[in-house]
Design a protein around this ligand. Structure first.
Ligand code: SAM
Length: 283
């Protein structure tokens, strides 16, 4: 008998991965949490039926959401990660030895516990002394911080359920306030391909564009996300994501990556014409 994990990408499109077995299934007060083991993608974390990460391709997402801003921000020492309870984003940031503090704010402590148990390749970072976990709503946390962070990474679920508040004007405005005068905010920015995802991306971009002087979008190919074409938002008070990137300094750090590199960093901001149109409509 075959077992498959299936995610509905649209009412008419399903994406399935054959699984060997289900390792965990549970429910927190916020969401259902499942972990599967598959031959193609290794272990898979699923929240409320939506694929969050797989062992095989998580490096793409976690490298792109971290090394792009870190190659631009010359001295990031105090970092805020909102969401990211699987630890993958924190793992990549910890590779910069000059980073002093990472506040990781995830609403659901059970996600961190389950990932510690079943996904140590990302969750091992949660126990690093530089990482301070706060298990609370990021929308509330950010209201009480001002002029504090060099970089904020919004590594959230999608704009519904517990993650909905992390796509609002109020939230982006508070992220702006919580950043230092040359701070950068990067967020997982959904996808341009399917209508519902594209609408969510456009709405988020409008709210970020209205909150930051510099607001750009970049992309990566993530095989297990809807359409495989995934976007990230880069919002900044001062730095341009390409003109102010310091790739000499970044290369000198000798951080070994499997997806990110300086040429790809620059190229990832060159969007397809149809995506540019969607974005320009709200600028
Ligand atoms: N890093 C993974 C990836 O590769 O896309 C997925 C992101 S991570 C699992 C998403 C996290 O956002 C979840 O752990 C979820 O609990 C958290 N989250 C959702 N809503 C939140 C909120 N309002 N405040 C803080 N964390 C939230």
């Amino acid at each position: 008998m075959e077992l498959w994990f299936t995610e509905k990408h649209t009412p008419n499109v399903k994406f399935s991965i054959k699984v060997d077995k289900q390792l965990y299934s549970g429910k927190s007060e916020f969401q259902r949490i499942d972990v599967f083991d598959s031959c193609e993608f290794g272990r898979i974390l699923v929240l409320d039926g939506y694929l969050m990460l797989t062992e095989k391709d998580e490096f793409i997402y976690h490298e792109m959401i971290t090394h792009v801003p870190m190659a631009v921000m010359p001295h990031a020492q105090n970092i805020l990660i909102i969401g990211g309870g699987d630890g993958g984003t924190a793992r990549e940031i910890l590779r910069y030895n000059y980073v002093k503090n990472i506040d990781l704010v995830d609403i659901d402590e059970l996600v961190a516990e389950v990932c510690r148990e079943y996904l140590p390749q990302t969750a091992k970072s949660l126990d690093d002394p530089r990482v301070i976990c706060h298990f609370e709503d990021g929308l509330k946390y950010i209201r009480h911080h001002e002029n504090e962070y060099d970089l904020i990474i919004v590594d959230s679920t999608d704009p519904f359920g517990p993650g909905e508040g992390l796509f609002t004007k109020e939230f982006y405005g508070n992220c702006f306030k919580a950043l230092k005068k040359d701070g950068i905010m990067v967020n997982q920015h959904e996808s341009p391909f399917y209508p519902a995802d594209s609408y969510a991306m456009q709405r988020a971009h409008k709210r970020i564009f209205d909150s930051f002087p510099i607001s750009r979008i970049y992309q990566a190919h993530i095989p297990t996300y809807p359409s495989g074409h995934w976007l990230f938002g880069f919002a900044s008070k001062k730095y341009h994501p390409i003109l102010d990137a310091n790739w000499e300094k970044w290369r000198a750090l000798k951080i070994k990556t499997r997806y990110y590199n300086p040429k790809l960093h620059a190229g990832s901001f060159a969007l397809p014409s149809y995506v540019e149109e969607i974005v320009r409509e709200v600028e």
